[in-house]
Design a protein around this ligand. Sequence first.
Ligand code: FAD
Length: 288
Amino acid sequence: MYIRSLFAQKPCVFSLEVFPPKQQASYESLQNSLRQMAELKPDFISVTYGAGGTAPGGVSTCQIASFLKNELSIEPLAHLTCVGASEEMLRARLDELFAAGVRNVLTLRGDKNPERPLQPPFLHASDLAAFVQSQYGSFGLSGACYPEGHPESASLAEDVANLRKKQQAGITHLVTQLFFDELHFYRFLNMARKAGVDLPVSAGVMPIVNQRQIQRTVALSAASLPPKFTKMIARWQDDPDSLYQAGIDYAIEQLRGLIQGGADGVHLYAMNNPQVARQVWQGIADLL
Ligand code: FAD
């Protein structure tokens, strides 16, 4: 099933995101986590793609997407980046996904990396999308979007204008970067609609439940932090149990607001953690 078609079937599409473990040894544990996540009946699960492809000895995006599709009957959305990739490499990845029965791909450029320079014609996600669309008509295409603007864009307006290029290239669904303040999401959506971007948008939310995430995700993310969020961190950062619960509660409140505010879809950055996914889901299940 194409992910785009899910949006015609229900008011709010619920999805999760997971990432491939670096070691094959962790695959069994991820499979168990995915089985638990399957009980939440997500409409789809997206699987990220490492910047350099699969780490040696790691689990591939395709392996996980295939498990979701063929063992758990959950629609996978396989991420694919084109930074540093040749057409041959991309064809190999796409053929592999197709053979595994995967029909939905999140086409991305990936972060710029001097060691893996961009290879024409794949300079942007829209170039990858256009390639997949022309060479493999049978994939449903999703793309990334940024409620606060992509850091490389001079302005949100410029970034939104570029989103039209993704739409024109064949992308039929968007997933947002994580954000902690819904105002950014609504402002972005308003601008996108005015600019003629009429694709369904899944709003990405990441529960921040531990110190490590504060140090890594929050510090590295370009997302702005509203006072309510910084107050939560300041209050609980030295109390792991309370921080965990506060992070779950914050995500639930954000998601409930988004669903009630008419978001086409909500996408939970579940960080391979079935317990977090379940607790957040329990707080929103009555709205789904
Ligand atoms: P692009 O769409 O190419 O955008 C990059 C910049 O170029 C933006 O400033 C944009 O405005 C501009 N631009 C876009 N199109 C054009 C155009 N046609 N002409 C001129 N300018 C243009 N990274 C990974 O490595 N693996 C993942 O699995 C992964 N998953 C992600 C999932 C989501 C939901 C999001 C939001 C990001 C994800 N990323 C992932 C990170 C992503 O690869 C980076 O944010 C990267 O810097 C940009 O990727 P993009 O696809 O948005 O690029």
